[in-house]
Design a protein around this ligand. Structure first.
Ligand code: GRF
Length: 212
């Protein structure tokens, strides 16, 4: 049984992209640290199992992470996907799920780890921006890269317009990365990921800039 556990904190559009895709999984479970996450309702409407581990019920990160890790373990997932999960996970959590924990990040890593990536890209005047799916390691937003997609930064871009175009690409690359993982096509050697039976143009997507 191939189970995918998806962790969310809010809107859940990346989660939805996963729920809508053909991922070669037998079971999907959505877990949120935020009982008010919009994504929880979307998942429930689609008949997907959900649960909440509210970080506010715990006095420290370690306590929250231990309960979250145990909750996830109940489902014996092949893969855990962070889809807009806005909590930093402790080293113990990351080590427990190492090699089966991936994240979607709205920048071309290693550029712009952390928050406010689109504002920072505009501020730095980069001409190409994008998104990355990577394995999670103890160092924030730094793990081995599975797939990236780039968009042009347009002269008239605002934070919102750039975020919109990057998000469209997120919705393409996240399901692709999960599908490869579920199909056992993903091999990690040190910091480098190789995808069996995938072309360079599938691993590095480029969008010419305007909304599709
Ligand atoms: C996305 O931009 C994702 O890359 C980042 O958080 C945002 C979550 O959006 N980690 P959504 O909840 O998937 O719509």
């Amino acid at each position: 049984m191939k189970t995918l556990v998806i962790l969310i904190s809010g809107r859940g559009s990346n989660m939805q992209a996963l729920l809508n895709a053909d991922l070669n999984v037998d079971r999907m479970v959505v877990i949120s640290n935020n009982p008010r996450a919009e994504g929880l309702q979307i998942a429930q409407q689609q008949g997907v199992e959900t649960c909440v581990v509210d970080h506010r019920d715990f006095k420290d990160r370690q306590g929250f992470d231990e309960v979250l890790a145990e909750k996830i373990a109940e489902f014996q997932p092949k893969l855990v996907a962070l889809a807009g999960f806005m909590r930093i996970l402790s080293d113990n959590f990351v080590r427990r799920y190492q090699d089966r924990l991936i994240n979607i990040h709205p920048s071309l890593l290693p550029a712009f780890p952390g928050l406010a990536t689109h504002a920072r890209a505009l501020h730095e005047g980069v001409k190409i921006h994008g998104c990355t799916v990577h394995f999670v390691t103890p160092q924030l937003d730094h793990g081995p890269i599975i797939i990236q997609a780039a968009v042009a930064v347009l002269p008239e871009d605002t934070e919102a317009s750039l975020a919109y175009r990057v998000l469209q690409q997120e919705h393409r690359i996240f399901p692709q990365a999960v599908r490869w993982f579920m199909n056992d096509q993903v091999k990690v050697t040190g910091d480098v990921v190789q995808i069996a039976h995938a072309s360079v143009s599938q691993i590095t997507l480029y969008s010419p800039g305007l909304a599709e």
